[in-house]
Write a protein that binds this ligand. Structure first.
Ligand code: PHE
Ligand code: NA
Length: 446
């Protein structure tokens, strides 16, 4: 029989790498730099940091705290921690909705992972070379219109994810992030280094860091709030699952600060890598996935050393997507492993194949099954909207409300090592500020 002992991270560093690996994804490499540039540069970064401090970080710490106390999958952790605190086991629903959200997101996240693999390949085969905008656009649309190609990319990507997660927390997850995260850092540094040589680095710096307070609006503050949530992988049971492999010795607040700083630095670094290329080549600063899969390849195909730079860039994207995808599978696998007699490997296979199958429906919505299935949306968009607009905010809200209002106050203060002043701030933020922030974003996004 399989051993069902609960695993632990082998060090604080391993945990930081894994949590940062989950946090760093498309949100950093594509969305954040763009948001900053469009919404007022340094002024926006300041607002964003405030949102991170007041909403992202408290929810992150709450999820870790619940996971660590529960030492089991998000559903069981919520139930048992609630029971121990004399509360209803029905809080389990928060954990279940997180696990379900992770499962649904993984299905279509893997499809995009497949795009990233295909574009990594394209950059070595010279598919971008000498292409004009029409040619690059045709490459992208040709991929979307080709179900076989999408299925191949999706399947290879999911196989990589399954292969890593099946090997467990220390061998699989840690093994992957110990290689991929430093590699990601090096790739990013090289790309920023290239940006410096373009002669347009200063433009990128001022685009990102020049404060323009007039560009700040209620809308951009809302966008910053929403992004603070997404960028830290909150509301998906991920951080609860990762917290369940933690021991008492890790200081949650300090560790959260480190992860948040790394996530932000990588996001700003991505901006310093991408925008010099955009400015140097007079490219369009558009906000859609187009920037990564259409605009940048145009530049890579028409500049000296573009083949190498394209390869580095899409490898970076693939690594970022891979470390996020394994974090999406982990809560689902932890749940299946602990609730069934299946071994770790079998649980991973079952959960992974399930998400893979659903992903097929998602990828077909780009071509042969493009008719809307519900609310005028195809499967891909439906999964995206359902999770990002409803499941994530509500799950994150449930987690922080539980930690702030249903756990013994003193025990939380002790566990976080807070001073009297720190405790007051913590309670104010977790009981009122963060929940209200999440509710405001939730309601305004409907
Ligand atoms: N945090 C990731 C990012 O910023 C996004 C993500 C969401 C990753 C959900 C995993 C799960 O891109
Ligand atoms: Na992120």
């Amino acid at each position: 029989m399989s051993s069902k002992q609960h695993a632990h991270w082998s060090s604080r560093l391993a945990f930081i790498l894994a949590a940062t690996g989950s946090a760093v994804g498309l949100g950093n490499i594509w969305k954040f730099p763009y948001m900053v540039g469009e919404s007022g540069g340094a002024a926006f970064v300041l607002v964003y940091l405030l949102c991170i401090a007041l909403i992202g970080l408290p929810i992150l710490v709450s999820e870790w705290l619940i996971g660590r106390r529960g030492q089991s999958n998000p559903a069981n952790a919520m139930a048992s921690v609630a029971e121990k605190a004399g509360r209803s086991r029905n809080w389990m629903i928060v954990g279940i909705s997180g696990i379900l959200g992770a499962f649904l997101i993984l299905s279509f996240y893997s499809v995009i992972g497949g795009w990233s693999l295909y574009y990594t390949l394209n950059s070595v085969t010279g598919a971008f070379s000498g292409q004009d905008a029409d040619g690059i656009g045709a490459l992208f649309n040709g991929m979307l219109g080709n179900p076989g190609l999408l299925l191949l990319g999706h399947s290879v990507f999911m196989l990589l994810v399954i292969g890593i997660v099946a090997r467990g927390v220390t061998k699989g997850l840690e093994g992957a992030v110990r290689t991929l995260m430093p590699a990601l850092g090096v790739l990013l540094a090289v790309l920023v280094g290239y940006g410096v040589t373009t002669g347009h680095f200063g433009e990128a710096v001022s685009y990102l860091f020049n404060p323009d307070w007039s560009a700040l609006s209620g809308e951009t503050v809302l966008a910053a709030l929403g992004h603070a949530f997404f960028t830290l992988s909150l509301g998906m049971g991920i951080m609860m699952a990762y917290g369940s492999y933690l021991g008492e010795e890790v200081n949650l607040l300090k560790t959260a600060r480190t992860v948040v700083i790394m996530d932000t630095v990588i996001a700003l670094g991505a901006g310093l890598a991408i925008f010099p290329i955009v400015f140097a080549n007079d490219l369009d600063l558009n906000s859609g996935p187009g920037l990564i899969f259409v605009t940048l390849p145009l530049a890579f195909g028409n500049m000296g050393g573009g083949m190498i730079l394209g390869l580095l860039f899409f490898l970076l994207l693939t690594f970022a997507a891979l470390t996020s995808a394994i974090s999406l599978l982990e809560p689902v696998v932890e749940f299946v492993e602990e609730r069934t007699p299946l071994s770790r490997a079998m649980s991973t296979l079952v959960a992974g194949i399930g998400a893979w199958a659903l992903g097929i429906a998602a990828l077909l919505s780009f071509n042969v099954w493009s008719d809307p299935v519900l609310f005028g949306l195809g499967v891909f968009d439906l999964l995206d909207k359902l999770t990002s607009k409803f499941m994530l905010p509500l799950t994150g809200l449930g987690a922080i409300l539980f930690a702030a209002w249903r756990l013994d106050r003193q025990s939380v203060v002790d566990e976080l090592g807070l001073s009297a002043g720190g405790a007051s701030i913590w309670h104010l933020v977790t009981r009122y500020v963060a929940p209200i922030g999440v509710i405001v974003v939730f309601v305004s996004s409907l």
